[in-house]
Design a protein around this ligand. Structure first.
Ligand SMILES: [Zn+2]
Length: 504
């Protein structure tokens, strides 16, 4: 059998983790920075984040959320206010201990001016936002308070991977305060469902929504809810979380209000976030051995126009045709935004492949012979690179919106089929261990996938699975089987199956 050469090497089959790095490089999304664990996001990658941000921001605002901005630095004593929060984040905090530099005799610089109280670079902002909320909330009339911020956070990571796990990353964190537990819980779930709609409809990624087990909860939360998506190596990726914080942070930060009955009460708070990890999820779930594949609704550009000029005499005519087409396409709307067109007029042979690697949904080759027939030569990123067809120019321009929608839907269906193919209900402990044990020790990343199995609720059983197989409970799904059965570890009764997987 002839093995077809791929644009990215190694392939997913050969070495999935390395394939992921090579896709990022080939698509020019980001690069490692001189600071360990941090990354430089390049324009093609940053455009994805801007698109994600714009859509989500609109969805938040529709529900009454307003944006604000809080400081990067948090006084150490703030972080100490909530015991579980401290425990959860202390080990990964960057700490600022000095406030200036002094020149040394040999021309170097040394930190000087130690701070009386060290400052923490925010790993998340519950405590500093809680401090503001304690001043903004006085009466029940000030509630609900619905705030979001778009910012960067730092969690000191030892093992990093671009977009998936970096020491500094971009995200949004929503923080709300409410008069009642019920209202706060409703908001927690409302935001989870907004994330669910966004990830499925825009990132073309099917997700399973549910609640985290106690050990996987956000430090300081009463309940944590999440979305879990399957990547092409069958591991789970947490695509977003929403936390019901009860009154824990309200008590730590003194967020109190006067009720209608003139009683002083603590507020009930929530927090919820998604990060640049979503870009990692898009790369891992949709891309192939020829590079990045972008869902049209968040793509950095929708179409690349590639004028092909072989003879100098043709140049003016081909470019004029291309520019006119670009202007017409840019005048069309796709889900509320203008179609984004890239015109690549370089005279290089490989430019078609460059755009395949960059994952642009549509590629259009335009040469003198096509123009003579008022046609263009179109390639779609959801199909094989060799599958290209001649389409009348006017038909292409007229149908671009429906073609982009079709690509978007194809990517979703493909991801859903893949997940269903690798999700199984497992009842016996032996089958469970076999499912999660790699068949080929050379490729430990290839294993079963998602298992729906019973768990009694005891942390000991959960830890046993984690220690033996590096498999964790991703969530207790809202939907699905509600039938009882014996715990996969101890055999004790459980109400319904939970979702087990290896995870990023
Ligand atoms: Zn058990």
């Amino acid at each position: 059998m002839k093995v077809e050469k791929t644009a990215v090497s190694p392939t997913r089959q050969e070495d999935y983790p390395e394939w992921y790095q090579q896709v990022i490089k080939a698509a020019d999304l980001a690069e490692n920075s001189p600071v360990r664990g941090c990354m430089v996001i390049k324009p093609w990658g940053y455009a994805l984040w801007e698109n994600i941000k714009n859509v989500l921001d609109g969805m938040f605002k529709e529900t009454g959320v307003k944006n604000a901005y809080f400081p990067l630095f948090i006084p150490k004593r703030f972080l100490e206010k909530e015991a579980q929060h401290v425990e959860g984040f202390a080990k990964e905090c960057a700490v600022v201990t000095h406030h200036r530099l002094e020149a040394t005799e040999d021309g170097g610089l040394v930190p000087a001016g130690p701070l009386d109280e060290p400052l923490i670079v925010r790993p998340t902002s519950e405590t500093i936002i809680g401090d503001s909320f304690s001043r903004w909330v006085a009466s029940h009339r000030d509630l609900p308070l619905l705030i979001n911020q778009w910012c960067n956070v730092v969690r000191w990571e030892m093992r990093t991977r671009m977009f998936m796990r970096t020491s500094e990353f971009l995200w949004q964190e929503g923080h709300t305060a409410h008069a009642t537990a019920q209202e706060a819980m409703e908001r927690t779930l409302q935001m989870l469902h907004i994330y669910g709609r966004f990830v499925e409809n825009y990132l073309a990624l099917p997700v399973i929504q549910g609640e985290k087990s106690e050990s996987e909860r956000f430090p300081g939360a009463v309940n944590t809810y999440c979305l879990e998506a399957m990547m092409q190596d069958r591991k789970a990726l947490q695509a977003g979380t929403s936390h019901f914080l009860g009154q824990n942070f309200a008590k730590a930060s003194e967020i109190k209000y006067q009720s209608a009955e003139e009683k002083e009460e603590y507020a009930w708070t929530t927090s919820w976030g998604v990060s640049t990890r979503l870009i990692g999820a898009v790369i891992m779930a949709h891309s192939d051995d020829n590079g990045l594949v972008l869902p049209p609704k968040i793509a950095s550009a929708h179409v690349a126009l590639l004028p092909i000029v072989k003879k100098a005499d043709d140049r003016a005519m081909v470019m004029e045709f291309t520019q006119a087409m670009a202007r017409e396409l840019e005048g069309r709307k796709y889900h509320g935004q203008s179609i984004v067109v890239e015109v690549d007029d370089r005279d290089t042979g490989g430019k078609n492949w460059d755009w395949i690697k960059k994952g642009v949904p549509l590629r259009v080759e335009i040469g003198p012979r096509d123009i003579a027939q008022n046609a263009v030569f179109v390639g779609r990123r959801d199909r094989s690179p060799r599958e290209k067809e001649s389409v009348s120019r006017d038909v292409f321009v007229g149908s671009i919106v429906s073609v982009l929608d079709e690509i978007q839907q194809n990517l979703f269906n493909r991801a859903l089929d893949f997940r269903q193919e690798h999700t199984v209900a497992i009842g016996s402990r032996d089958d469970f261990y076999a499912f999660f044990t790699p068949k080929d020790q050379q490729k430990p990343e290839i294993h079963g996938g998602f298992a729906l199995s019973h768990w009694c609720g005891n942390a000991r059983c959960e830890t046993k699975i984690k220690d033996d197989l590096s498999v964790t409970i991703r969530c207790i799904p809202f939907d699905g089987d509600k039938e009882g059965g014996p715990c996969i570890v101890c055999g004790q009764r459980s109400d319904k199956p939970v979702l087990f997987a290896k995870a990023y």
